[in-house]
Each structure stands twice: as C-alpha cells, then as structure tokens.
Design a binder for this molecule. Structure first.
Ligand SMILES: Cc1ncc(COP(=O)(O)O)c(C=O)c1O
Length: 354
C-alpha cells in the first residue's frame, strides 16, 4: 500500500470493461457500488485463467490440477490474512458473503453460548443481515435483543449512555463498521475495547468497510469480522469470516459434509480444526481465486487512498446537495463514506437497508 501516491482516478475506469458501454444513450456511470461493485479486468482474467488452466477440486485430488487448485485456494487464504492483518491464515474462513459469516457465528457460537436471559446488543443502524440472524437466535435460545440508538438526522450512534446498554447481561455485541444507509463510520476499536472489559464477544460487519479503508483485526480488537467479496471488486458468492482462533476452535461445526471431518463412521464423526471445520463441501474455488485478485487490485491503489477519495466525493456531494431546496440530508457531514442506494451515492435518504 502506498498512501502518498497520487492516483489518476479517471484512468481507473479503463480497468472496468463493463463501463465501456452506453446506457440510455449515455456513457455508463455506475453509482451502486455499495450494493455490489463492478469487476476490474484483473479479477475477470484471474477467473478465466483459473477455469482455463487449473480447475479441479481442492484438498482431495492427488493429481496436478487438484494440487494447483489447492495451492491457489490456500494462497488466497494467506492473502486475506494479510489484507486483515490477521496473525494466521487459519483464522480465515471462506463463506458465501457477510450474511453467511454472521449466520455461521449466530448458529455455531450463539447456539453454544446463549441461554434465556442473555442479551444480544445490536445498533439501530444494522443491515438486515446483521439483524435477522440474531432475531432467529433470540427466538431459539430465549435471549433478548437490545439496541444502541441512533441520533437524529446525523445518524451516528448515541454513545453517551453506552453503559446503559452494554451491561454484563450482554453476551454478544454485533455492529456495523460503516453503515450502508447513512455512511456513518463507527468507532470500532473503542466499542470493542469497552465490550472486552465486560467479557462481551464482538462481531463487526465489515461489508461496507472492507473495500473502503484499511482493516486491521488486531488493532480493531474484535472477536469476529465478516465481509463480502462482491462489494470489493471480487466475485459474487464469496466472502470471509475472520475469527479469533481460540474462539473458533471452541465452536461446533456450522454445516456437516465433506472436507470438515477428521474421521467418520456410521454413528459419530470428528471434526477438523478451524478454518476447515467451517467449510463443509466443495467451496467456491474460483470465487476465492477472484477474491485474491480483487485484494491485489485494491491494495495496488491503496485503501488509504480509496478512503481519502471517498471522503472527498462524499463531502463534495453533501455540500452541493445542502444547497438544494427541499432536500433533507441524513448521515454525518464529516468522516463518512458514500452510502448505498441513494441517488447521488452520498446518502440523502435512508435506504431500505435490505
Ligand atoms: C452493512 C451491510 N452488511 C451486510 C450486508 C450483506 O452483504 P451480503 O449480501 O453480501 O451478504 C450488506 C449488503 O448490502 C451491507 O451493506
């Protein structure tokens, strides 16, 4: 990463073949990146190369192609660990996306650790993916949901009375790093530190931050973090769950099947350690290869640079929109990134968050 290099942002358009077309008589300008981003040539080429040269199943073949596919698959795991500054690639679980990562934690960790009377702390700005899995878990376990409120139109968390909600009854605090509807950036390290003092496990939804700013799971101090490949220039159907190794190894499997077992007999099986324990069945191998290329692409630009550029665009749009009569702006004015599904991509209305 090179935070000081100056980027010719306009020239990056040429990296995205899909932008080379007219829609409704105009050159395509794509604003819906927060929902799903377009793919640079480097990612498309990596997928194509994989299918044309290396395609085979991973971890089970003894032939050349299977070896190559396995090497590519595990190299991507190492790359994701570097992307997140994780201590080890064993902390990286490949999932279908943020949604599956959160469901994995809710089912496996939540199913094991929650009981009636326990509380799950969320915030009022969560995406449905970081809401519904906890509702299902609460119904199953008898735990209760509690919410940190969001202040008025500025759309930031009301942390003035956090102690009121973050209590010893709370077993898990799950919150978004960056809000998809408001563009708000939450103070993750501070929230995790306060939770940790009470022994509360934390999960960070990084769906909207992974492609916008550097992520360092050690500095953030969370216990779980999930993101999706398709929002950060990677393929659809691939995502990542990072987990603290001692917690991952204490969790039961999420799904059963091939690749996650050590031994199997008719009545009992034993399971591999993380991450393989949580990757039942044939994974999305090409997705993982494409994700690797996407991370390389982003880091060649530099996530510091992307973050700075985002803030400049959001701030410019915020100022211009503020000048317009009849427009009510939601989300913070400063220290924000563009949000999802708003016409100018800066967030002047609350999306349906879904
Ligand atoms: C903040 C946030 N969390 C979670 C998700 C769900 O991501 P996915 O559908 O890729 O699992 C999204 C998608 O828009 C999001 O914006």
């Amino acid at each position: 990463m090179n935070p000081t290099k100056s980027i010719d942002w306009l020239s990056l358009r040429a990296d995205f073949p899909i932008l080379d077309q007219e829609v409704h008589g105009h050159l395509l300008i794509y604003f819906d990146n927060a929902a799903s981003s377009q793919k640079p040539r480097a990612v498309i080429d990596a997928l194509r190369y994989y299918y044309e040269h290396d395609n085979a199943n991973v971890h089970r073949g003894i032939h050349e192609l299977s070896n190559r596919a396995t090497i590519a698959f595990e190299a991507a795991r190492e790359r994701v660990a570097k992307f997140l500054n994780a201590k080890s690639a064993d902390e990286i679980i490949f999932t279908r996306g943020t949604t599956e990562g959160i469901n994995l934690v809710a089912n496996s960790w939540g199913g094991k650790n929650l009981k009636p009377g326990d509380q799950i702390l969320l915030t009022e700005m969560e995406h449905h993916s970081n809401l519904v899995p906890w509702q299902l878990l609460a119904e199953r376990t008898g735990a209760k949901l509690v919410y940190v409120p969001v202040t008025g139109d500025e759309g930031v968390l009301d942390l003035s009375k956090l102690d009121q909600w973050l209590t010893p009854q709370v077993k898990l605090f799950a919150f978004t790093h960056i809000s998809n509807s408001l563009g708000t950036i939450n103070p993750v390290a501070e929230l995790c530190a306060r939770a940790r003092k009470l022994g509360v496990t934390t999960l960070v939804d990084a769906a909207q931050s992974a492609g916008h700013k550097p992520l360092d799971v050690q500095a953030l101090g969370c216990d779980f973090l999930a993101f999706s490949g398709h929002k950060i220039c990677g393929p659809t159907g691939i995502g990542v769950l990072w987990g603290r190794p001692e917690i991952l190894d204490s969790m039961p499997p999420y799904q059963g099947g091939g690749e996650m077992i050590l031994t199997v007999d008719f009545f009992k099986s034993t399971y591999k350690k993380a991450p393989h324990r949580f990757e039942a069945g044939t994974p999305d191998i090409s997705g993982v290869v494409g994700l690797h290329a996407a991370l390389d692409y982003l880091d060649a630009i530099g996530r510091e640079n992307i973050f700075k550029h985002d803030q400049e665009l959001a701030s410019y749009a915020y100022d211009r929109l503020s000048e317009m009569k009849g427009v009510r702006l939601f989300g913070p004015k400063a220290d924000r990134v563009p949000a999802e599904r708003q016409a100018s991509s800066v967030g002047f209305g609350i999306s349906n968050a879904g």
